[in-house]
Structures are given as C-alpha cells and as structure tokens.
Design a protein around this ligand. Structure first.
Ligand SMILES: C[S@@+](CC[C@H](N)C(=O)[O-])C[C@H]1O[C@@H](n2cnc3c(N)ncnc32)[C@H](O)[C@@H]1O
Length: 303
C-alpha cells in the first residue's frame, strides 16, 4: 500500500528497526518502572512513569554541557565516587532505625503521604518511605562539601538522617532543620546525639510559623534543601521567603520536583523566577543557582 511505502521511506521507521533503538526503549521502560516502584510513585505509575521517560530522553551527559560552572558540578560532585568518612556512621544509624518497630504518632502538616494512610507509623517505615535514600542524601553531602556554605536550612527533618549528612559535610556551618511532628523530632534529636552532630538546630513546629520566625536570625542563606510539604503554593511560599536571604552564591535544592503535577508546576515557576539563572533537573532533585552575569539556562542532567 502507498501508506506503507511512505512509512518505510520515513527515516524514523528505519531508526525504529534499529537494534540500538530497541535497546534504548527497553532500558527506558525498565528503568522508569523500577524508579517509580522504588520512589513512592506506586499509585500513579503512569503519570510519573511518563515524566520519567521524558526525563530520560532529555537528560544529557557532561559532553553536551557548555557551561563551565555546570560541567564542574558534574565532574566534581555528580561523578565524585569517594566514600567520605561520615557515610558509614550515618548508614549504620539508618540500619538501626530500619529495624525499629516502635510506632510514632505523626502530625502530618504537609501534602500527606501516598504510602501511609494512618498517623500511626513505625520508625522503620518512616525510614523506608519518607527519608532520602543514601544516593541522594550523599549527593547533598557532596554539594555542601563542594560549595562550602556557612548557613544551611532543611525544611523537613524527619528522623534526622539527611540533616546528619548536611551537618557533617561542613562542621563549621550552622544547620537549621525544621520539623512539625514532635515525636519525629525527638527521634531526630537522638540521631544527632548518636552521630555527635553538634551544628544542627532542630526548629519544631509548622513551617508556616517557624520559617518566618527563624529567617530573621540568618544573615545569608547559603544552602537550602526543601523536603517537606510537597504542594505548589507552600513550596513557592517557602522559596520566596528563603529567597529574601539568598545571594548570588546560594544553592537551593528542591526534592521531588516531579512527584505530582503541582510540584512540576512549582518547579516551572521557580525556573522562571527572574532571580534564578541556572537550574539543574536530575528528576528527583531540582537544583537552583542565582549566579549573576550568566545567561539563564536550564539543564536536564543524567544522574
Ligand atoms: C519527606 S520528610 C523529610 C525527609 C528528610 N529530609 C530526610 O531525608 O530524612 C518531610 C517531613 O516534613 C515534615 N513536614 C511536612 N510539612 C510540614 C509543615 N508544614 N511544617 C512542619 N513540618 C512539616 C513532615 O512531618 C516530615 O517529617
């Protein structure tokens, strides 16, 4: 048929018969299914799966990056495979908490959970579902170790494992970490004690109250990690509040930028903010820079 002949002449059709193409599609399919299954996307596999496939197609390696600043970030941070002295100690506490059956009563002040349907949560399940996996907590450590911020803020402490990574990456820094749920906060304080974390201050209460109360104590906010209340409006409110204390060297990291349509919209609004110049999307995290004198650019990078 004429249509079939036309189709056969279309270059994409030739490419689609290519083995490399088949292997790419198979790899994207399996990696996206695996990613979604392992990152609390279980209930919305199709939407998150499609976003992940789109990310996999767009994501580039260092060879396609022309910005020296972003190239250095890839080589010096993303590709830094060192196991730092602090990692085994934090992971030992994670292992211990993963075995803890004790139940906490949790006050959820955020977007809620796709995994938990009760406010009674076992510590081991909180570790499993609500804390950063080692790969991403260690990436935050490496970012702090690389950019050497003096003041760090974390919205969403949970059990304090990621706070410990942030604090240990730069002991001279002051880390303000915010948690609304008192029982979770108590466990986080024990995490700090066990790991001899002395430069982290836990700020207890709803972000809506504690953030405006704490920001005036901060001169310059060098590094912020937004990992609580994954909804559009609150995320943008926290961003705008923190922005007042940022300077051109500050680094902001947003968790779960593609967790929901609302979060993707928040991420787009952040990217479009006039003070934001460079952004990096690694699917799980969105990293934001405010450097002046550079062309505004958004990178989607493999990680
Ligand atoms: C995803 S967990 C944080 C995980 C932590 N950063 C880690 O990697 O271990 C989010 C935390 O933020 C807290 N949270 C969410 N919304 C909040 C709000 N509006 N005020 C205070 N805490 C809130 C929750 O209680 C929860 O413990």
């Amino acid at each position: 048929m004429e249509f079939e002949v036309e189709l056969l002449n279309f270059p994409f059709f030739n490419f689609a018969q290519n083995e490399e193409f088949h292997s790419l599609i198979i790899r994207i399919f399996f990696s996206s299914t695996y990613f979604c299954a392992s990152y609390k996307y279980k209930n919305s596999l199709s939407s998150q799966g499609l976003k992940y496939i789109s990310y996999k197609i767009k994501a580039v390696s260092k060879h396609k990056v022309h910005s020296p600043f972003i190239y250095d970030l890839i080589v010096d941070v993303f590709e830094n495979d060192n196991s730092f002295y602090a990692f085994p100690a934090v992971e030992l506490i994670r292992k211990k908490l993963l075995l803890t059956q004790r139940v906490l009563t949790v006050d959820d002040m955020g977007a809620g959970s796709r995994v938990f349907n009760s406010n009674q949560r076992k510590i081991k399940d909180i570790v499993k579902h609500s804390t950063q996996k080692p790969k991403y907590a260690q990436l935050l450590f490496k970012l702090v170790n690389y950019y050497q911020p003096n003041t760090i803020l974390e919205l969403g402490t949970s059990l304090g494992l990621t706070t410990a990574y942030l604090a240990k990456a730069r002991k001279k820094a002051k880390v303000y970490t915010f948690e609304g749920s008192p029982e979770i906060g108590k466990v986080a304080k024990n995490t700090f004690k066990s790991l001899l974390v002395e430069n982290a201050e836990l700020v207890q209460g709803d972000f809506n109250e504690t953030l405006p109360e704490t920001l005036p104590k901060i001169d310059v906010l060098d590094f912020a990690f937004f990992d609580g209340n994954h909804q559009k409006k609150p995320t943008l409110d926290y961003f705008n509040k923190c922005l007042e204390k940022a300077n051109e060297h500050s680094v902001f990291v947003f968790d779960d930028i593609h967790w929901s349509d609302e979060m993707t919209e928040a991420w787009e609004a952040i990217k479009n903010h006039p003070e934001v110049t460079l952004t990096v999307d690694i699917f799980k995290f969105g990293i934001v820079f405010f450097r002046r004198g550079v062309e505004k650019q958004h990178f989607v990078l493999r990680y």
